[in-house]
Write a new protein. Structure first.
Length: 312
């Protein structure tokens, strides 16, 4: 059972930590200077926001932000400035999102990782990296970290979608539990596809990649184990209804079943970490960066401290 308040699991062991009691961080109000610029990669413009690169101390971690599916870097709101008060930061718009040009290449995790590495090289930003990934961006951060483990100092995954680590059978299992089975699974994703039918080519392409990965065999997903670095996973346990989706089952009941499965999967992730923490709260929905930016700041600062062998 999930505690109706905040539940924290370190190496998959429950401990009594109420994150809300930490209170707001002054970092959101900090006047850290963010620089916005355009970098050209393979002939295509990429919008980037950075802070602290020129004054970065050698060997200190830099925080790389990866937004959710279809999101621009604005999804992070004031979090970038808050983190920039403590460490250098890099955030960017993926191809065709926000103010970055569309490169017309299918945005698979492999392509996104290659492109991000090229961007970081162009910026002169060398490891170590602390990655912060939101939703689908959490899986993109996972993919990067699994392929380049020696570059990673820590990870913060904000309500990630475990698309790459669960099999198709596991993805269908929560639908089976509510009596909907494969029909319910297909209805759910077809409903989302209809919502994106009139979106830009880049948005549709990103959704199509996300959806296609669900049905691939695990060995086809090009994923490797995460490095044993400090890891925090934040999970939203508050249901967010989507009225425009017409589904042949009770979506709130499905959400509860799916949540239990995801928490079990995230416990597996954090148990393999050198310092893993799982935070589950029904105080916010999937829109965590907007609804509770302080918890993201707390997690990033904790990982930064852990990467320096200091636990706050």
């Amino acid at each position: 059972m999930l505690d109706p308040r905040h539940t924290c699991c370190r190496r998959a062991l429950a401990c009594c930590v109420t994150v809300a009691a930490l209170g707001p961080f002054g970092g959101l109000a900090a006047q850290s200077s963010l620089e916005t610029r355009t970098v050209v990669l393979d002939g295509h413009a990429v919008r980037v926001q950075t802070a602290g690169i020129s004054t970065r101390r050698q060997g200190s971690p830099i925080v790389i932000f990866e937004a959710g599916a279809t999101n621009s870097l604005e999804a992070w709101g004031g979090i970038l400035r808050g983190v920039a008060a403590d460490a250098p930061v890099v955030a960017y718009d993926r191809a065709g999102l926000g103010q970055s040009a569309w490169d017309s290449i299918t945005p698979t995790p492999q392509h996104v990782t290659r492109r991000l590495r090229s961007l970081l090289t162009r910026l002169g930003v060398v490891p170590p990296y602390v990655f912060v990934g939101y939703s689908w961006g959490g899986m993109l951060a996972y993919h990067y970290a699994s392929h380049y483990p020696t570059e990673i100092a820590g990870l913060v995954l904000v309500d990630p979608a475990p698309v790459l680590t669960l099999s198709l059978r596991e993805h269908i299992a929560p639908f089976d539990s509510v009596g909907a089975g494969r029909v319910g699974f297909d209805a759910y994703w077809s409903g989302f596809a209809s919502l994106f039918a009139r979106a830009t080519p880049a948005v549709r392409a990103e959704f199509d990649v996300f959806r296609s990965l669900l049905t691939k065999e695990l060995y086809e997903r090009d994923l490797r184990p995460l490095p044993a670095v400090p890891l925090t996973v934040i999970v939203a346990a508050k249901y967010l209804p989507i009225p425009s989706l017409q589904l042949p089952y009770d979506p709130a009941v499905h959400f509860a079943v799916d949540l239990r499965q995801r928490v079990r999967e995230f416990e597996r992730w954090v148990s393999a970490s050198s310092r893993g923490t799982l935070v589950v709260s029904n105080q916010f929905t999937h829109a965590i960066p907007r609804e509770d930016p302080d918890i993201v700041l707390w997690a990033v600062r904790r990982i930064l401290a852990a990467s320096r062998n200091q636990v706050p």
